[in-house]
Design a protein around this ligand. Structure first.
Ligand SMILES: C[S@@+](CC[C@H](N)C(=O)[O-])C[C@H]1O[C@@H](n2cnc3c(N)ncnc32)[C@H](O)[C@@H]1O
Length: 233
């Protein structure tokens, strides 16, 4: 049997290490998002390999439908591929939609956000790699491009739209979203070069529905519904 060339063996090792890193990172993302999830019907938009859904299932017994623009799944669970423009769901089947490290990879992030809003009843949880200085932007462009080019068998879209925290904030506010919480994530060593920021966003009517404006906020929990949504129609 022929031995594969050395360069292929090195690439295979890099790919395995990257997948181990991504699984571990996804567990951190799931842990950061978990306290803010509402409802039992969850969507992970721009799910990549689908590791966040697995982490949420293992950590909290949650059911998550993953969606991405290609068949990039490396974990089990429901996974839907769409065209990047129109999600194959009716309006509002999901209680919470996660959009983690994804908007800056989208050709039209505003349109992706609008689709997320259409299919979500209550809450969006967005995590974005942001920059505040030229140096932070330099590291983002260098590392995001380098790391992600090994994902999806080399088919991962290049990062397109890094923004400052306030630029994302304006985009969310222009859609009538209410920022419930923002939180810096990442260990101290990650924060040397990468600055992930978590936005917890409610559709305005949701806050009224939850009674927040009247000082009696109810967290509806994560196990209120037993019925799983239809993942794709
Ligand atoms: C950096 S990865 C993030 C993957 C995963 N959310 C995570 O946190 O590990 C960005 C993902 O966005 C996806 N993406 C690019 N354009 C998209 C679009 N229009 N709609 C949804 N996902 C998109 C890419 O295919 C990729 O899987």
């Amino acid at each position: 049997m022929d031995t594969p060339p050395r360069s292929s063996r090195i690439l295979a090792v890099v790919a395995r290490l990257l997948q181990a890193f991504l699984r571990r990172y996804a567990r951190g993302e799931a842990g950061a998002a978990a306290p803010f999830l509402v409802g039992a019907r969850l969507l992970d938009l721009g799910a990549g390999e689908g590791y966040v859904a697995v982490a949420l299932r293992d950590q909290a017994g949650l059911w998550v439908c993953s969606v991405d623009v290609g068949p990039f799944r490396k974990a089990d669970g429901p996974y839907v591929v769409y065209d990047g423009a129109r999600l194959p769901f009716c309006a509002g089947p999901f209680d919470t939609t996660l959009i983690l490290l994804t908007l800056h990879h989208c050709a039209r992030p505003e349109a992706v956000l609008d689709e997320a809003l259409r299919v979500t009843r209550r809450r969006l949880i967005v995590m974005e790699s942001v920059y505040r200085t030229g140096l932070e932007r330099f590291w983002l462009e260098l590392l995001d491009g380098r790391l992600n080019r090994y994902r999806h068998d080399g088919r991962m879209d290049a990062p397109l739209a890094f923004r400052r925290p306030e630029e994302w904030g304006r985009m969310f506010e222009s859609r009538g979203l209410r920022v419930v919480e923002t939180r810096w994530l990442g260990s101290w060593w990650e924060r040397l070069v990468h600055h992930p920021l978590l936005f917890v966003l409610d559709k305005e009517w949701t806050s009224d529905f939850l009674g927040e404006r009247h000082g009696s906020r109810r967290h509806l929990g994560t196990t209120g519904w037993r019925v799983k949504p239809q993942c794709a129609r």
